[in-house]
Design a protein around this ligand. Sequence first.
Ligand code: COD
Ligand code: ATP
Length: 198
Amino acid sequence: MIIGLTGSIASGKSTVSQMLKELGYPVVDADLVARQVVEPETETLRKIGEAFGPEVIREDGSMDREKVGSIIFHDPASRKKLNDIIHPAIRAEMLKQRQAHMDAGCKTVIMDIPLLFESKLQHMVDKILVVSVSEQEQLKRLVERNHFTEQEARARIASQLPMSVKEAGADEVLDNNGSIEETKRQLLRILERWQTQL
Ligand SMILES: CC(C)(COP(=O)(O)OP(=O)(O)OC[C@H]1O[C@@H](n2cnc3c(N)ncnc32)[C@H](O)[C@@H]1O)[C@@H](O)C(=O)NCCC(=O)NCCS
Ligand SMILES: Nc1ncnc2c1ncn2[C@@H]1O[C@H](COP(=O)(O)OP(=O)(O)OP(=O)(O)O)[C@@H](O)[C@H]1O
C-alpha cells in the first residue's frame, strides 16, 4: 500500500513522517527530493538560474533557497515558473525511490508530499493521510520554527490550498492541534484501520 502523507506548511508532516520512520516504514520525502534535484551542476538548477537570474545561484554553485523563497512565495507567476521547472524532476525522482523500496520487498511505502493536492498527485498513492492544524496554531508554529515575520508566514500559508480542501480529499485526517503523544496515538489507530483493510 502506498500512503500519501500531506497537510499544509508547518502542520506537522515531518513530525508524523519521523514517527513512521521510527515504526520502520520507508519514507520518500518530497522536500528532500526537491533539494536533491537542484544540487550544484544539475540541469534543473541550470534552468532555474536561466529563469530567475544568476543572483539565485551562490558562489559555491548551490541554489540560494532564501532568495528563491522570497521571490516565489510573494508572486504566483514566479511560483508557477519554478514549479514548471522543478516539479517534473521531483516527480521522476520520487517514482524512482518508490520503486526501489517496492523492489526491496516493502509492502507499505510512505510518500511525504506537501503539495500532493496542489500538484494533483492523488493517483500516485492508495491512501491519503492529511495532517491538520488550525490556522492559528499553524501560524504560531511556523513563526516559531522559521523565525518568519507574521507577514512572511501568512504569504507561505496563502501559497497553498486551504486546509479544508485537503481534509475533504483525505482518507483519514490526523488532528495535530494537541500533544505529540496524542498525534502518535491517532497515527497508530489509523495505521491499524488501514492494515486490517488489506
Ligand atoms: C522555494 C524554496 C527554494 C524555499 O526553500 P526553503 O528551504 O525555504 O523551504 P522548504 O524547501 O523546506 O519548503 C518548506 C515548505 O514550503 C512549502 N512549499 C515549498 N515550495 C512550494 C511551492 N512551490 N508552492 C507552495 N508551497 C511550497 C511546502 O509546504 C514545503 O514543505 C523550496 O521550497 C523549493 O525549491 N520549492 C519548490 C519545490 C516544491 O514545490 N517543493 C515542495 C514539495 S514538492
Ligand atoms: N503536536 C505538536 N505540538 C507542538 N509542536 C508541534 C506539534 N507537531 C509539530 N510541532 C512543531 O511545529 C513545527 C512544524 O511541524 P513540522 O516541521 O513537522 O511540519 P511540516 O508540516 O513538516 O512543515 P513543512 O511543510 O514546513 O515542512 C515544528 O517546529 C514542530 O516541532
